[in-house]
Design a protein around this ligand. Structure first.
Ligand SMILES: NC(=O)c1ccc[n+]([C@@H]2O[C@H](COP(=O)([O-])OP(=O)(O)OC[C@H]3O[C@@H](n4cnc5c(N)ncnc54)[C@H](OP(=O)(O)O)[C@@H]3O)[C@@H](O)[C@H]2O)c1
Length: 315
């Protein structure tokens, strides 16, 4: 990938996309193609095809998606299914049509079975039942992997599928209901502090174990994959579609996470867990050996990352 390569970054305003945009700009890539959802709805392939008719694309990063936390996911299963399938179908067809040199497909650790052996390796895919609260999102993402596999084998399209663990960062969705666990929790703690509440109620039992990655570290992983030579990829994956987990290796319970956030915000009230809400998968830690073999490693410690996010949110 050269500095003048044309890179279509789909979803550039999102948590992952905006981090990727910053990284590419900081490295001097100046032919980055971005387009707003209002101008181009990526669910509509006809529109997408027309929009790119006379445009060159060398590389594609698929960071556009319908994403969200456990409540958003479990209560909007239809939309999580349809929107993700439609967006990825359009973008993968575009990759084929434009003979894009390398496409990075972003999946998620939610694709793995609820009871997969931890740390979860890529070979666990489709070996067991999925977690119910996000099964439509997971199935949509799995369908994208399978379409990528078909394009990889039948059309020799260069695609790498990344499966990140839970992502957090400064440009997140801080909605208390629809956001992912870290931003939603930060907003709840800030609200409790502001109202001087003596107690804060969080969802679930607090017992599930999670792994988190900062969006800048994930952007670096995407960049590593864009830059890795075909020779290196072929050596590591033989003739199979590369499916690559991206985790930080930093794992903790939701209870521990809540204590880190409380300490950072100097919130001294009681933390109470509401067991009437679902926990999701009990343990979701990734085996990230493959991406480490490609030369990537995470740089941002969870405590440092959370402190940075809180500073951003407070300003
Ligand atoms: N966040 C996580 O914890 C996490 C974990 C694992 C994997 N991932 C994956 O990483 C990728 C990026 O996630 P994210 O957290 O960055 O999501 P995000 O913050 O919600 O960003 C998604 C982006 O996609 C755009 N988009 C959505 N629907 C679109 C449409 N129909 N047409 C055009 N653009 C559309 C959004 O545009 P607007 O800004 O205009 O709405 C937004 O910029 C997704 O594939 C997700 O599944 C995320």
């Amino acid at each position: 990938m050269k500095k003048k390569s044309f890179i279509f970054l789909a979803g550039h305003k999102g948590l992952v996309g905006s981090s990727m945009l910053n990284l590419l700009k900081s490295k001097g890539y100046n032919n980055i193609i971005t387009v707003d959802k209002k101008t181009l709805d990526l669910r509509d392939y006809k529109q997408v095809k027309r929009f790119f008719k006379k445009k060159k694309i060398d590389y594609l990063v698929m960071a556009a998606a319908r994403a969200g936390g456990i409540i958003a996911n479990s209560t909007n299963q239809k939309d999580f299914f349809l929107e993700n399938v439609e967006i990825q179908n359009s973008l993968l067809q575009l990759a084929l049509e434009k003979k894009i040199k390398r496409t990075i497909y972003l999946g998620t650790s939610c694709i793995y079975p609820k009871f997969a052996k931890n740390p979860i390796s890529e070979s666990s895919l489709l070996t067991g039942e999925l977690e119910k609260t996000n099964q439509c999102y997971a199935i949509a993402k799995i369908s994208g992997i399978k379409l990528s596999e078909a394009l990889f084998h039948d059309y020799k399209l260069d695609i790498i599928c990344l499966m990140p663990t839970n992502v957090y960062g400064i440009n997140d969705n801080f909605d208390k209901v629809n956001g992912h666990v870290i931003p939603a929790m930060i907003s709840k703690f800030l609200g409790a502090k502001k109202k001087k509440k003596k107690e804060i109620r969080l969802l679930g039992t607090g017992k599930p174990v999670r792994e988190f990655i900062h969006s800048s570290d994930l952007a670096n992983a995407i960049f590593t994959c864009l830059k890795s030579s075909q020779k290196k990829i072929k050596k590591l994956f033989k003739n199979k579609l590369p499916i690559i987990n991206v985790g930080s290796g930093e794992r903790l319970t939701i209870l521990k996470l809540s204590r880190i956030i409380a300490k950072e915000l100097k919130y001294n009230g009681n933390i109470v867990f509401d067991k009437n809400f679902p926990d999701g998968t009990y343990k979701k830690n990734l085996n990230s050996e493959k991406i480490l073999k490609l030369g990537w490693k995470p740089k941002i410690k969870l405590s440092t990352g959370i402190s940075e996010v809180i500073k951003y949110k407070n300003n």
